[in-house]
Ligand binder design. Sequence first.
Ligand code: C2E
Ligand code: MG
Ligand code: MG
Length: 552
Amino acid sequence: MMNERLLLQQERLLQTMLDYSPISVIVLDTSGTILRTNPYTWEMSGYEDHELVGRPLHMLSECPVADIQYVLQGNKKRFESYLVHKSGYRVDLQITAAPVAIDENVSHVLFICQDISERRRINDRIRYLSNYDDMTGLPNRKQFMDHLDNALELYRDRYIAVLYLDLDRFKLINDSFGQEFGDMLLMQVAERLTRCVTERDMVARMDGDEFALFFVDVESESEALQKGELITQLLEEPFVLQDHPFLLTASIGIAMNEDRNDDPGSLIKKANIALTLVKEQGRNNYRGYSPDMNMKSLERLTLQHDLRKAMSNREFVLHYQPQIEMETGRIVGAEALLRWNHPVKGMVSPSVFIPLAEENGLIVPLGEWVLEEACRQNKAWQDAGLPPIPVSVNLSVRQFLLQNLYEKVEHVLKKTGLDARYLDLEITESMTMDVDRASHCLMELSKLGIRISIDDFGTGYSSLSYLKNFSINRLKIDRSFVRDIMQDPNDAAIVAAIIAMAHNLNLQVIAEGVETEEQLDFLKEHRCDEIQGYYYSPPVPVQQLEEMLLAM
Ligand code: C2E
Ligand code: MG
Ligand code: MG
């Protein structure tokens, strides 16, 4: 009697434990048929008791036959497996399989299963976060460096090309359109870059708008450069965001493991040095690293340093390039172009120092100097009785983004006494990307009575439909199109189209970089209003322009 009660108690105890256990317990017979399950098993699997009991275990979860054998021999076994929930998703399990034996005779097997899906998910997430970029889903810097390290080891006797890519003027896009817009663009860029890598290669997001790629088993330097070309082409197709086509370019530096001591760090550094050079030389290009570039980057630092002193040392001068009216052949304007007379190096080209000045912010005071000097000079010519012409001044992005540009210009006009209609400001297309801001700013400027020209037209992001909303007076066709008018029918067609379109919008058109008679004839035929270029005159010092004006 007592014995029976004790047994009943034992049974109740066991039942209660099973009922409330937060762990799944499955009792099997020696053939693997389910005899009993507890409520947590139902919760975890989605099956009810009657759907499980009497069924073979493998309807729920796989367990290798060898393991079962091992347990049937009286041993305990711990392993990871999973089951498929009734509604289809996977539940990761940690299983302890234990034999139930009396006198070494195994009568049952107990499966004690713990749901470790959450732990798995967290671990996967941690692994993912430490190896991938969350936004684009690309591998991150850490993974890139790890894999590059492995690849260098694995392909020790072959070439590996490392490409470091920086999107051009991406900060401007972020500032103009907002971070979210920038992020969407980055995701599209990431997607395109993945198209050009195989499984052995890799593309990663290193930082902000910087990506890196490596290609294994590259035959030669020219093959490495081809990769740069390939990526440049991949990006050429406009990106489409919110139904607007959007042009994006990149600068790419390329390095190869030519030095057997190269490690991931040194390769990235070399690719970066090459990249810096690409950026200095106008971006939207690629080039390979060469050892003399180390010197060049040092030179660049020195130049930056010299640039700071150049203002106070009065090393800058303005040259002026005449702008000619097609119909009359008369000078109808002059563009002020900055020249730096370096005490040791002599004349340094603006295409070298303007990017440097933009980088260190010096472009703002420098640009203000140019504006004032050009206005002062123009007023002096007029006071000397020369025929009055407008002077064109180039504005840098940084200047254009200044809050008080309008007041600055107004102040300079007042200070120099130049009539507003004799000042023309040249801005580039990229400055008009933030359409609302640009149109407000241009409106304010033109209220002053000055003229606005769009410089280097055709090279940048151009949303022609916006042009008519801007208060602008003139388009300057970029010299790259003019250069190839005679060779490239596409360029000829573009030039003809720009002129026709500008006239439709009531804008003047000037072609820059006109060097030959043939170019002149083509432009004349298509009714281009004005030209500027070596054909007529290069940029010249003040005195020479005076002589030209006198001769008119
Ligand atoms: P840009 O505004 O497009 O100026 C025209 C450039 O084309 C000038 O180069 C000029 O010398 C050159 N050029 C003129 N005619 C011909 C030609 O027939 N053939 C060829 N191949 N080139 C011609 P430069 O003076 O070296 O200036 C380069 C760029 O530097 C300018 O391009 C402009 O973007 C920038 N820059 C120059 N001065 C200033 C400045 O005061 N402020 C700012 N922000 N940028 C400036
Ligand atoms: Mg210009
Ligand atoms: Mg230009």
